[in-house]
Design a protein around this ligand. Structure first.
Ligand SMILES: [Zn+2]
Ligand SMILES: [Zn+2]
Length: 571
């Protein structure tokens, strides 16, 4: 039995139960989704959380009755009449949109629904299900349409599988970066600033700086050069790049002194203009330009989500200009870069997807063939398994996506490697070949972490907020037990600071237990507890987040230990 079929069938049973409990309710649609199903309802009074229990109880009755799912074919006219008689205005809307003279219906018990199936045979085959949440959803997702109430649920083939899934979502809730981000004071998103625009608070800005410094240094080590472009550029550049035609509705465009400008949604044109600023020889290639480029894209407010979907974000973006025959090796270097980086940040698992030529595309067959085989050969040489998204590439070239897997095995989009022969053409990029003639370079767009914002979200959820020492905004918190230990505490604070350890001092007039509890909530890797004894003996009492009490240690030993752990980027 397909899980999707089971889940969709459960959504029918849920709708059936709702109609029994609240007969005036009108039905929207009820598909299976990735982890379960939903059904949209038009009901005057809002559903209350306790209604879910009532619906579940009614569903169990229906399952017990073991109704058969019967498939019916009906003339469109008759179906319209039928649903009109039931007052199901949304179904009428749906039937009208179906081409042909007949429509499919499914019937279980006295419940009938417009549906092309497939379904399970009997309601009794539903063994394990649970309703999860209630949300609002516009009919057809259009904001001017009526707002319906959506009930989400899930179903599995066994109680054990359902329990495992419920535990996983419970754990995911605890790790939600929007909640932890607020609790740890990393960032905020608020209406005053505008939706999808991130305000980094000191600790979040520190984390971001650590990530940025690491990734910048790593690029320099790997033969990239840093470039920096402006955040706004004249519209003409976006016309030349094609964004003005293909991407305009996602761009913020405005006028200055009669001249139209756009805030950059991508970093590519800036890098291209640097390349084009002088004559290039084949001997200069590959040229690799890197920028921590902040871009702004006009995403619909409805799709914005924490740090994952935002309107302003920074990419670790680079463009490699190379000869055709260099492309494969360059792609391999990028893949190595991605894998090394994921490992450093604590991710061991990832998946790879190749997206190929879409139906609507520019460029000739030969170019596409060459670009796709460069990507495929690179993956083969790295012995990487990958799935293929047929026809899902950009209109100007194929790409590889690498998605990291977090501790809960959820996938997060991070790296993308994209071959492009369109922009070199549009911007008339050239290099002088060995024979003195002009040729077109290939361009590879690539990001390693992807969006720094999304990557921070992934890190927070992967580590449940307890970041490894080298990433922790505060690495050590000094907790004086009493006022008498304050002077020595300040001395230790200064000593750690001078040793490049990110240290803070909790000088509040609070009880020790309260200070320790707060440090735990803040998920600080090391607490340095200093009482009168430590002050007189010139020692420290250390409590490690991962290893518990480490007892009394000399300051120089603690510094050596913590520095080693930072340097080795221990997870
Ligand atoms: Zn159905
Ligand atoms: Zn690009």
């Amino acid at each position: 039995m397909e899980l999707a079929t089971l889940r969709h069938s459960t959504s029918h049973v849920m709708a059936q139960a709702v109609k029994v409990l609240w007969p005036k309710t009108m039905l929207g649609i009820g598909p299976a989704i990735e982890d379960g199903f939903y059904y949209d309802f038009d009901k005057e009074e809002p559903f209350e959380p306790e209604d879910l229990d009532k619906i579940e109880a009614k569903m169990r009755d229906i399952i017990k009755k073991d109704y058969k799912f019967e498939r019916l074919e009906m003339k469109k006219q008759d179906a319209l009449k039928l649903f009109k008689s039931m007052g199901e205005i949304y179904k009428i809307d749906l039937i009208k949109a179906i081409p042909g003279d007949t429509v499919m219906l499914y019937k279980n018990g006295n419940f009938i629904d417009l549906c092309k199936g497939p379904h399970i045979e009997f309601t009794g085959q539903i063994k394990a299900f649970q309703l999860l949440s209630i949300a609002g959803a516009y009919w057809h997702g259009i904001e001017t349409n009526p707002m319906l109430q959506r009930i989400y649920g899930t179903a599995f083939e066994s109680e054990i599988a359902l329990k495992e899934y419920l535990m996983l979502i419970e754990e995911a809730k605890k790790r939600d970066h929007r909640i932890l981000g607020k609790q740890l004071e990393y960032f905020s998103l608020n209406e005053e600033v505008g939706p999808g625009l991130v305000l980094y608070h000191p600790k979040g800005a520190m984390l971001r700086t650590i990530i940025e410094n690491y990734i910048k240094t790593e690029h320099l080590k790997r033969g990239y050069e840093l470039v920096v472009g402006p955040h706004i550029m004249k519209s003409d550049i976006w016309v030349e790049s094609g964004h003005y035609d293909y991407y305009k509705e996602n761009m913020y465009i405005f006028k200055v002194e009669g001249q139209e400008y756009a805030i950059k949604p991508m970093n590519c044109p800036g890098h291209i203009l640097v390349y084009r600023s002088k004559t290039r020889s084949y001997r200069d290639l590959p040229i690799r330009y890197f920028e921590l480029g902040t871009v702004y894209r006009n995403e619909k407010s409805g799709v914005l989500h924490g740090l994952l979907r935002v309107r302003g974000f920074t990419q670790d973006d680079a463009h490699i200009f190379c000869l055709r025959e260099q492309a494969e090796d360059e792609i391999i270097k990028v893949i190595d870069f991605v894998i090394d980086t994921l490992n450093v940040f604590g991710f061991d698992e990832f998946s790879v997807e190749l997206s190929t030529r879409p139906a609507k595309s520019i460029g000739n067959d030969e170019d596409w063939e060459a670009a796709q085989s460069a990507l495929i050969n690179a993956l083969k040489r790295k012995y990487l398994e990958y799935s293929v998204n047929e026809g899902e590439g950009a209109f100007y070239g194929p790409k590889i996506d690498i998605k990291l897997k977090d501790a809960l095995k959820r996938e997060w989009q991070c790296a993308t490697i994209q071959c492009d022969f369109n922009l070199p053409e549009r911007f008339d990029l050239k290099y002088i070949g060995q024979d003195g003639k002009e040729y077109r370079p290939i361009m590879i767009h690539r990001v390693i972490l992807g969006s720094i914002e999304r990557f921070i979200g992934a890190l927070i959820e992967h580590f449940a907020g307890a970041l490894p020492l080298w990433l922790a905004p505060t690495q050590a918190l000094i907790i004086p037990v009493s006022e008498k230990a304050m002077e020595y505490s300040r001395k230790i604070e200064k000593l750690l600071f001078e040793n490049d350890i990110r240290v803070a001092l909790d000088s509040r007039n609070e009880r020790l237990q309260k200070k320790i509890r707060d440090a735990e909530v803040e998920k600080i890797p090391y607490m340095v507890i200093i009482g009168e004894r430590e002050a007189t003996e010139g020692s420290l009492s250390i409590r490690s987040k991962s290893q518990g009490d480490l007892g009394e240690i000399k300051p120089e030993d603690f510094i050596q230990m913590i520095k080693k752990e930072i340097q080795e980027k221990v997870r």
